[in-house]
Design a protein around this ligand. Sequence first.
Ligand SMILES: Nc1ncnc2c1ncn2[C@@H]1O[C@H](COP(=O)(O)OP(=O)(O)O)[C@@H](O)[C@H]1O
Ligand SMILES: [Mg+2]
Length: 160
Amino acid sequence: MSVKILCNNLSDTEKLAENLANIIKNEGAFICLYGSVGAGKTAFSKFICKYLNVKEKVTSPSFVILNEYKSGIIPVYHFDLYRLENEGISTIISELEEYSEGKILTLVEWAEFSQNSLPFDRIELTITYIDDTKREFEFTACGEKSSKIIRELNNVNIGI
Ligand SMILES: Nc1ncnc2c1ncn2[C@@H]1O[C@H](COP(=O)(O)OP(=O)(O)O)[C@@H](O)[C@H]1O
Ligand SMILES: [Mg+2]
């Protein structure tokens, strides 16, 4: 199932992230983020961390590939695969599977390479740049756990 949500500005995006954080804070989730540079993948990830009470400063993992935050309600693993070469990518797919289990949040920026090749329950989020402040968020659930999250998000999000 798929849900599209239009955010007119950064505070809509923050509200959306708050709603999503509230839904996933007990069970965790695995979220692949797609979208061009500047779409808002890192901005959205930062807001989710904020509402999971992550105390560390959240920064873009594009140079380090993975940032881990353990101070929030659940552990957060934030990947950015943009700089990985082909070799690294083939090994990371099996590693990512381990991050899809348990009560943790895994965020994967630049997961383009993996579309359709990830075998586990996950949310695919595509952020589309519309103008300076407007973004469209399209959530697609792959699997039962993620479908439940997206249904709930759709219900609480009427009004944004
Ligand atoms: N509605 C919005 N949602 C998300 N980001 C927005 C929005 N409006 C403006 N922005 C800005 O767009 C930029 C997105 O950058 P970033 O999150 O680093 O993109 P990415 O990680 O996708 O390359 C930030 O400077 C952010 O403040
Ligand atoms: Mg980024």
